[in-house]
Design a protein around this ligand. Structure first.
Ligand SMILES: [Zn+2]
Length: 384
């Protein structure tokens, strides 16, 4: 159930996910938490266990592709525009239903499309986007890049996405080779920042991680071949790491929902293997880790919580995995003062559960414990 911008809503004796043995009275007014008060410890159990509720901040997915309908872009081109739009609307709905109230789209969706889907399909998902991506085909010098970026700025995107290396489409020995010259890369970041845009960098590893640190981008994505030394420098520079771990395990499974060919599955398996190590380095160095799924097809939208399971399997504690999807993610978006926490004055993006989310065995159990998803905004607030 989706609950949009409550005018007045109160919860008595509700538990906040991750805070043990405490209950709270929470009041929401006009889509914001107006009071969050801890209750006096009580001698007897106040509510029947069946009536206990838990609340967590709305999940923030920092790496989605909400406009894509197929793994292979050529397949999307075979669909009618009406079919594509309906599938995109379904992606918005499925994403919200699973508790993701904010997404950063890592390429493919325009602000105008977001506004249309929010308004026309009544899905108040908060989305920041990078519109179009800068990739290998744009490595044609500063002048070309400046013109391309001007087009992207014109769409109203808040982010610039740099495809700094290849991905699953590239053979293992080539995958960390840079798509741009160092000069081009530095120009993109400088020009984006000069226009008050943030920068996210797709990089599997290698020298483009160092360029990202030097240029001071906001986040690097995937980064499975991150080295221990690079992790230390990321932490020092305050560059966030959005590893998108679960997608590579899904892609590695030839019988999985993506059903990819054996060559791609093999590349994904190697990426997944490296990821656990990268997470270990990042955690040890104190890098800010952000939750992102890279989910891009109907079989994956709505299953975003799976990323929590993989992050924990790769070494994050449950609290660290949740933080990556709430407080840290909000910080990476530049919204740390109003999103990602259950606290007075914060936007009431939240998920209500009928079981302790910190006890969930896995994403599936967590998902099935969701009673409702609340958004602090209604559609009209998001399309201003
Ligand atoms: Zn992506």
């Amino acid at each position: 159930m989706l609950h949009k911008r409550p005018a007045l809503q109160t919860f008595s004796g509700i538990s906040i996910a991750g805070i043990q043995d405490k209950r709270f009275d929470i009041v929401i007014q006009d889509g914001r938490f107006s009071s969050v008060v801890e209750l006096e410890p009580q001698l007897e159990e106040p509510a029947h266990p069946d009536q206990r509720l838990w609340i967590s901040p709305g999940i923030i997915d920092l790496h989605t592709h909400l406009a894509w309908t197929d793994f292979d872009h050529d397949d999307q081109l075979k669909r009618s525009s009406r079919e594509i739009e309906a599938m995109q609307a379904d992606a918005f709905a499925a994403t919200l239903r699973t508790g993701v109230t904010t997404a950063r789209d890592a390429g493919g969706i325009l602000p105008s499309t977001i506004r249309h889907l929010v308004q026309h399909y009544l899905q108040p998902l908060r989305v920041q986007t990078s519109s179009d991506m800068l990739g290998a085909a744009d490595a044609r010098g500063i002048q070309h890049l400046g013109a391309r970026m001007a087009q992207i700025f014109d769409t109203g995107a808040g982010w610039i996405k740099i495809m700094a290396t290849g991905g699953l489409g590239a053979p293992a020995e080539k995958v960390v080779e840079p798509n741009f010259s160092e000069e081009e890369f530095a120009f993109i970041v400088r020009n984006a920042h000069a226009h008050h845009k943030k920068v996210l960098v797709h990089t599997w590893g290698g020298v483009t991680i160092d360029w990202s640190t030097q240029a001071g981008v906001e986040s690097i994505e995937h980064g499975m071949f991150l080295s221990e030394a690079q992790a230390g420098r990321l932490a020092e520079a305050g560059v966030a790491f959005v590893p998108t771990t679960s997608i590579y395990r899904i892609a590695a499974d030839p019988k999985g929902v993506l059903g990819l060919n054996p060559v791609i599955c093999d590349r994904a398996a190697r990426a997944a293997e490296a990821h656990a190590k990268a997470i270990g380095y990042a955690k040890k160095a104190g890098v800010c880790i952000g939750f992102g799924t890279d989910y891009a097809t109907p079989a994956l939208h709505g299953y975003n919580l799976q990323e929590l399971d993989t992050l924990m399997e790769y070494g994050l504690t449950r609290a660290e995995a949740w933080k990556s999807a709430t407080e840290s993610a909000a910080g990476i978006l530049g919204s740390g003062n109003e999103l990602g926490r259950i606290a007075e004055g914060y936007i009431a993006d939240a998920v209500i559960y009928n079981a302790d989310p910190y006890q969930a065995r896995n994403a599936e159990q967590l998902r099935s414990s969701i009673v409702s998803v609340m958004t602090g905004a209604q559609e009209s607030d998001l399309i201003k």
